[in-house]
Design a protein around this ligand. Structure first.
Ligand SMILES: *[C@@H]1O[C@H](CO)[C@@H](O)[C@H](O)[C@H]1NC(C)=O
Ligand SMILES: *[C@@H]1O[C@H](CO)[C@@H](O)[C@H](O)[C@H]1NC(C)=O
Ligand SMILES: *[C@@H]1O[C@H](CO)[C@@H](O)[C@H](O)[C@H]1NC(C)=O
Length: 185
């Protein structure tokens, strides 16, 4: 996509260069993701950098702002995955075991959607402990959903990629919460 000179995003982009400098911001995302990856085996530095950089308004964001973005990314993924599961259940005739797994996942992702909304509220009022509890439950939900399929031999999860994304994005959000909670980086 080429930037349009009349687009408000272009002006936001220009402003961004003037105020912060794109290079230093690229470094904040990269530096933060590298630190996370070093301390947490669940974090893939490249996935972290790519996800954050692709998000709107991430280029100018502070550490706190990047934390907000990371929770928003979890929310988009959870919302989209929940909708996808609904379609999967409706659109195809599944083996009863797989169908049961999909129903379980739908419930898990419905609860996860609740959790991510609560997490955002908690984050906005700096209750990082509460946000941590909610995001942790989402990370667990993605794992539980995936494990359900893997418990029976020969069953292939149709949600591996999505569960993985939700897991990885939740892990990133948890790292932001940790840094902001302890004030260290
Ligand atoms: C930041 O990371 C991305 C992806 O890993 C890389 O393409 C980019 O060159 C890095 N930028 C800087 C300034 O290190
Ligand atoms: C979920 O997250 C992944 C990784 O950041 C991203 O590529 C994908 O587009 C996201 N999906 C939605 C619906 O936001
Ligand atoms: C999850 O995604 C990451 C990044 O794309 C990848 O490195 C990893 O192998 C994936 N894990 C699984 C279990 O698919």
């Amino acid at each position: 996509m080429r930037p349009s000179f009349s687009s408000p995003f272009f002006f936001a982009f220009l402003l961004c260069i003037i105020i912060h400098g794109v290079t230093s911001q690229e470094n904040l995302i990269n530096k933060t993701c590298k630190t996370f990856a070093k301390d947490d085996p669940n974090i893939n530095s490249n996935f972290c950098t790519t996800s954050l950089q692709a998000a709107p308004a991430s280029q100018c964001a502070t550490l706190h702002g990047l934390g907000t973005i990371s929770i928003r990314l979890v929310r988009y993924n959870v919302t989209d995955t929940r909708c996808n599961i609904k379609h999967l259940i409706k659109d195809k005739k599944w083996d009863p075991y797989v169908k049961q797994c999909l129903n379980d996942c739908l419930e898990l992702y419905s609860d996860a959607l609740d959790s991510v909304k609560k997490a955002m509220k908690a984050y906005n009022s700096k209750r990082f402990d509460d946000a941590n509890v909610e995001i942790s439950s989402i990370l667990d939900a993605a794992t539980t959903c995936e494990d359900g399929f893997n418990e029976k031999e020969g069953v292939v999860s149709p949600l591996t990629k999505r569960n993985n994304n939700t897991f990885l994005l939740s892990a990133i959000a948890l790292n932001f919460l940790h840094v902001l909670q302890t004030g260290s980086d």
